[in-house]
Design a protein around this ligand. Structure first.
Ligand SMILES: [Zn+2]
Length: 115
């Protein structure tokens, strides 16, 4: 079992109990993914819409679910003018959960119905 410092993320072998760098008590296990790495998780498109109301509603729901998301191409006036749409991008590892949520709200059809 490895030990790591919850404060600075340094790894230690079993038998060490305090971080040599910052003096924090070590925790057993693997250090969690650094915040920086999370930003580089691949984003996948799960939904797209022209409807500003849908976007606002989906945002409020995803905020409540603590899901990281990004609407690409979102800009009220630009969207109307260009007739384009906003694409909802979420982290690859959360895409399944977001699809479930959108399905429950009726925004998207279950995958099996598309094919
Ligand atoms: Zn430390």
């Amino acid at each position: 079992m490895k030990m790591f410092c919850p404060k600075c993320g340094a790894e230690y072998w079993e038998g060490f109990y305090k971080c040599a760098d910052c003096g924090t008590d070590l925790v057993a296990g693997q250090p969690p993914e650094a915040e920086d790495e999370v930003r580089y998780v691949e984003m996948v498109e799960v939904f797209s819409t022209y409807n500003q109301g849908d976007i606002a509603f989906i945002k409020s729901v995803l905020d409540g679910e603590d899901i990281h998301y990004y609407f690409q191409g979102e800009s009220t006036l630009m969207m109307v003018a260009a007739g384009s749409y906003a694409r909802l991008l979420v982290q690859d590892d959360q895409a399944g959960r977001v699809r479930d949520i959108l399905e429950e709200m009726g925004f998207i059809q279950p995958l099996c119905a598309l094919y």
